[in-house]
Design a protein around this ligand. Structure first.
Ligand SMILES: [Zn+2]
Length: 126
């Protein structure tokens, strides 16, 4: 079970609000969406997320993750593969798992400190 909590924050004062109108600023202000995800997401659909503590443009997301199903092009993998990637800057962790969708076998797994991980693959996401 995954719990996703979304709340809106005022970009000007950082206060929580529900509509564009901010009581603290007494005007309509820009909003930042704050998303908190608890528990790991195991949906078998393409999924992407970023978790940050603070406003967009101010703070880099400290945790990014993506889940996707891709065709491998490999005749031994007719159903394609499921790729799960987690980049946790806060805890300096990089985790990647590639699973054969037909058998559920783990084809490839990486679990290492993010500072040790240097791949060109994760650059296109930034
Ligand atoms: Zn405000």
């Amino acid at each position: 079970m995954t719990e996703v909590i979304q709340s809106k924050k005022c970009r000007e004062c950082g206060g929580e609000k529900e509509e564009n109108y901010c009581n603290s600023c007494a005007s309509d202000t820009q909003s930042d969406l704050v998303v908190s995800v608890s528990e790991e997401i195991t949906m078998r659909d393409a999924l992407k997320g970023k978790i940050r503590e603070g406003g967009m443009g101010e703070v880099k997301p400290h945790h990014e993750f993506s889940e996707k199903d891709v065709e491998s092009g490999d005749p031994r993998l007719p159903d394609g593969v499921h790729i799960s990637i987690s980049v946790d800057r806060k805890n300096d962790k990089y985790h990647q798992v590639v699973i054969d969708k037909r058998t559920g076998d783990v084809l490839h797994a990486e679990d290492e400190p993010l500072s040790m991980h240097r791949s060109t693959k994760d650059k296109k996401d930034t």
